[in-house]
Structures are given as C-alpha cells and as structure tokens.
Design a protein around this ligand. Structure first.
Ligand code: F6R
Length: 593
C-alpha cells in the first residue's frame, strides 16, 4: 500500500526521496508524487511509476525539505489530482498519507460549511484541509495536531510541512507504520526503515497515537496524551531489498527458484546442531494451550490451513484457522487456554493488526510468523519467528508461503521433539529441485493450453485441497483467469454443475489418504468433458498423469510441490503478456483494511 518518504536538512533530498520511493515500490502503487519548499510549496505528481515521476521533476531542486509518496488508490480513482502530496485550500499545508480515514465524509461536510472546497476525491486531501483550518486559528502546528487528532477516525501515517516553515516535517501515526531515521545534520522519515538504511542506523519507531516533528537537528516526539517524551533510538537489522534479478527475467521466477534454499535455511536455523531452536517459553506456552487459533490473509491463511492440520495430526493440539478480516466480525477465541498464531509475510497487514488488538484485549499469547523483523505485528506479538526467506519482491507470494509451511512443520517437530519432521522436510528439497530441473517445460506446456481459457478448476482433498486453494489464488491474481479451488468431496454438492467440455481441471493426488477418492473425482469430471491435468506422486501415479514427482511426506505438499502451482501461474501470466511481478490492483503489503 502507500509508501511515504521524507527528508529535512539535506542539501538536496531528491536523491534520497527517489531512491526511497523505489525501495518502497514493493508495497504496490499506481501513482507517485513529491513536494518540496522553494519559494513556496512545489508539487510534482502523476499517475504511473517513480521512473516516470523522475522525468517530470526539475533536474536540480533547491530545497532542504522534501516529502514523497507512492499511492495505492483507496478513496478516489488513480488520477493525477488524487495523487499525493496534497495541498490545502489556502496552500499552507502539504501532506502525504498512508491509511484510510473512516469519517472523511463528515469532516468534508464540516469543512465545506467553513468555506472549503476540494479538487480531488481523497480522504487525505480532507485531512490536509482540516489541519489547515485549525492551524489558521491557533498558528501553532503541534497545538493544531492535538486538536485535530481526536477528530480523525481511521488509520494513518501522516507526514506534512507548512508553507510558513520549510525546515520542519510533522508526523503523526495510528495503525499505519512510520519510522524516523536520525542523521547528522538531517533527519528522515519513511514507512519502513529500508529506504533510510544507507543514511543512518538509528531509528525511532512511532507507536500508535504518537506525533511530533523533525528538523535537521532534532526529532521531538509526543505521546498520545500530548506529553513530550524521549524515545531511545534503536538500530535495525534491515535486509535491503535487492533489485538484483540475478539474471532472472522476473522476481517471481527468481523467488520460486529460491524455495529450495529457503527450506534449507529454515532447517539450518531452526534445527541447528540437531536441536530445535525455538524459544523454550514459546514451546511451553504452546504445549500448555488447549486450542491454537490461526489468523492470516490470502496466501498466509492458506499456509495456516496446512499448519493447523499438522499441529492437530502430529501434536494432538486442536486448532482453528481464521481469515483475519472475517474473524474480526465474530472474534471468538476457542478454548480455555488459547494461543494465537498470526501468519504474515509482511508483518504489516492491516486486517491482522486489527485482530491483534482484539486478541491482546483478551490476553491471549501470540506468535507471529513473518518475514519482516521489527514489523508492526512483530512489535505487538508476544513471540516472533522469522521466515528468513529473504526479501520477497514479487507481489505474488511464493517462497514465503513455502517457508511458512516449512516453519510450521518445524514448530510441530519441536513441540514433540520429533526429528522425523526434519528428515521429512529435508526430503522435500530433492522434490523441489527435480521440479526445477525437470518439469518446467511440461508446466509451461500446460500453461500454454490454459492461457486462453476463461475458467480453471483446481481439485484436491485435505492437504491437496489446501494446495489447490493456493494454486487457484496464484493463478487468478497474476493471470486474471477466473479460477476456483474445491475439495474433491464437495464437487457433487454443487460445483460439478460448472464442469463443461474443455474446462481445465487441475487435480492434485499426492496424499495416500485421499488418492482413491480423488481418482473417482477424476472420472466424474472427465465424463463431463473436462480437460484434466493430474499432479501426482510416484506411488500414487497412473498412466496419463500430467506431472509426476517423487514421493514425500504427504502433509508437506506446500513445501515440496507448491512450486508447480507457482510456475504454472507464472507461465500463464507471462504468456498473456502481463506484469508478472506487479499484478493489477494488488499490493505487496496490504496496510489498509
Ligand atoms: C498472494 C499474497 C497475498 C498475501 C496476503 C497477506 O500471493 O501474497 O494473498 O498473502 O495479502 O499478506 P501478509 O502475508 O503480508 O500478511
């Protein structure tokens, strides 16, 4: 979602701001803009890429303050007018925002009554004007923030400066990330630390409700009650986003091909020297829990379905998996001694942040499984287990999914001190490698055959069903083909009505417990004219299966053969000529609910 960068005190902040905007482009965006002070406020913005923005800004910018923004449209279409930064009606406040203002319509009506009018449709423009309205009355920005903050409902990270003081950036934050970077003779802000790491390794992370200002010498912070506070700077182990494709044409392909390394790394970190390496307090709390609830969104939710079944089957711990945005409407915590596992690649997903607040009120201990150390969710959870998957740039999650499943399996192994789990995981690496080395051509051929279809079905049962869900999500998100995933057993309860001549149905048969029933499903869809592609393991395979892989522990499909699903989506998207790494309407880090 939207990315924010800002600098004050630099002789020329342009280099930092543009580099920073590029670093944040993993968040997804449709338009970008910058603003600075040079004899008044100057704003350059447009729909399109940061590279495009660079072509429309002056080569030399004479200013020591600048804010920049990448926008992922929520309120108002992606147009130039709606692009941030936004300038207030009387041109005093220039502001960028990440988040969603829930009561912007009421605030808009209030401002219209006061004589304001607006050029765009965004909630952000309203806030720039709300700040200006009160600023013009009391002429003190910090006092204005104190007045305005309680009036705003929703999530936000705001950074702004005023026309009266081109030497100060103001910041306020609630439920959207914002970090200050402390320099010598300059200070920086950004949505996360990654854009700043080349300039400083001293950061102040704002907590919800905090606000303040930075100028070239100081960073002054106020707590949510409006009292000035001292926050000790922290240093961060920021993993820089590598823009090096290492010879690959796309990040998605590179990241799929890293899955074997990611699994090896997970094993070596969490089973070092033949000992499981999870926090002993975490393991104790999990063992004492009478119910483990999982929360996640999208791909991470799919990983939780696998992890939940593994914990139930291997550790005898009852689990329930919830889609985070849905659970928040019915926030029941199952069990008398519950434990919550949140799964989030980015650690910044707004739906999960919302759930975490509710869970904390219920005093449930929490574990976050994430790829992002120091993320908002990580700071809020009792425990964090890192995926160590390396930064995932492609919007479609691939290696992070495999890492999530691998780490959930390792956690299960650690809970009952079962080294067999490690052996099973190690065995998946050969399967992953053999797909990479031997099956890509065949997968590409299937992609060729389905690329012009309007609908695709995926079928499986149990663990194969969980993989079908992930395969279907991946295909639809980057190829824009409508696809459905169904448990084989549900077919006859409705979806079979949709099976028609030539419909591609991709069927996973890798689980010995469900293989026979799946073979019946194969006959059911074949007899209705479907074009069937079967993915099976050697011992369960039959003549005519499209892709056959070596056997592995059936509950580890998400690790062993998820790459088949990822390659398939990749090749279909590629053949359709789409932007594989940045599919339309999607963002890597979903920081709005
Ligand atoms: C799909 C995908 C998304 C994310 C979801 C949750 O390829 O990446 O479905 O899994 O938006 O994101 P995180 O894991 O960052 O909470």
């Amino acid at each position: 979602m939207c990315g924010i960068v800002g600098a004050v005190g630099f002789i020329s902040p342009k280099e930092y701001v543009f580099k920073g905007l590029k670093m944040l482009d993993y968040r997804g965006y449709d338009s970008a803009g910058i603003a600075y002070a040079d004899n008044g406020i100057k704003i350059y913005k447009d729909v399109g890429s940061v590279e495009h923005l660079l072509t429309i800004v002056p080569e030399t910018i004479n200013s020591n303050i600048m804010i920049g923004h990448t926008r992922w449209a929520t309120h108002g279409a992606p147009t130039k007018l709606n692009t941030h930064p936004h300038l207030s009606f009387h041109k005093h406040i220039c502001l960028v925002h990440n988040g969603v203002i829930e009561n912007f319509k009421e605030l808009r009506s209030f401002l219209i009554e006061k004589g304001y009018s607006f050029y765009g449709e965004t909630d952000t423009e309203i806030i720039a004007n709300l700040i200006e309205y009160y600023y013009l009355q009391n002429e003190d920005v910090i006092e204005t923030i104190k007045v305005v903050k309680p009036l705003i409902k929703g999530s936000y990270a705001f950074v702004f400066f005023t026309s009266d003081d081109p030497n100060t950036l103001y910041v306020l934050k609630k439920a959207s990330p914002l970090v200050i970077g402390l320099g010598k003779g300059f200070n920086l802000v950004a949505s996360d630390a990654s854009p700043m790491i080349d300039y400083t390794n001293e950061f102040i992370e704002l907590d919800d409700g905090e606000f303040g200002y930075v100028n070239k010498e100081d960073a002054v912070i106020f707590n949510k009650k409006g009292q000035k506070i001292i926050k000790d700077p922290i240093s961060k182990d920021v993993e820089l986003i590598s823009h090096d494709l290492k010879g690959y044409p796309h990040y998605m392909l590179k990241e799929i091909e890293e899955i074997d390394e990611v699994v090896k790394r997970a094993i070596s970190i969490y089973h070092e020297d033949n000992e499981y390496q999870f926090d002993s307090k975490l393991l104790k709390e999990l063992r004492e829990a009478d119910h483990v609830m999982f929360l996640g969104c999208g791909t991470s939710y799919h990983a939780s379905l696998v992890g939940g079944r593994i914990l139930e089957n291997c550790n005898n711990i009852p689990t329930t998996e919830y889609i985070a945005s849905e659970w928040a409407y019915h926030p029941v915590v199952p069990g008398k001694k519950p434990f919550a596992i949140l799964i989030s690649q980015s650690g910044e997903t707004a739906d999960l942040i919302h759930c975490l607040k509710i869970i904390k009120e219920k005093n449930v201990p929490t574990l976050l499984i994430t790829n992002t150390a120091g993320s908002t969710l990580s700071r809020g959870c009792t425990y964090t287990v890192l995926l160590h998957a390396g930064v995932e740039v492609s919007v479609a999650s691939t290696k992070a999914y495999a890492a999530q499943v691998a780490i959930l399996a390792l956690l299960s192994g650690a809970l009952n001190k079962n080294d067999k789990m490690v052996m099973d995981l190690k065995a998946t690496i050969d399967v992953i490698d053999s797909i990479k080395n031997n099956l890509k051509k065949q997968i590409e051929q299937i992609a060729e055959e389905i690329k012009d279809k309007d609908h695709v079905f995926f079928l499986g049962r149990s663990f194969d069903y969980f993989l079908s869900l992930e395969a279907s999500l991946k295909l639809k998100e980057i190829s824009y083909i409508h696809s459905e995933a169904y448990p084989g057993g549900e077919l006859k309860h409705g979806p079979i009505a949709l099976i028609s001549e030539g419909l591609p149905v991709i069927i996973f048969i890798t689980d010995p417990n469900t293989a026979n029933s799946m073979r019946s499903n194969v006959e059911e869809v074949k007899s209705r004219g479907a074009k069937v592609y079967i993915v099976s393991t050697k011992s369960l395979s039959k003549k005519g299966d499209a892709l056959v892989v070596d056997d592995y522990a059936y509950f580890l499909s998400g690790v062993a053969i998820s790459s088949i699903a990822f390659y398939l989506a990749y090749y279909v998207s590629l053949k359709k000529g789409y932007n594989v790494d940045k599919p339309r309407n999607l963002a890597k880090s979903v920081t709005v609910e």
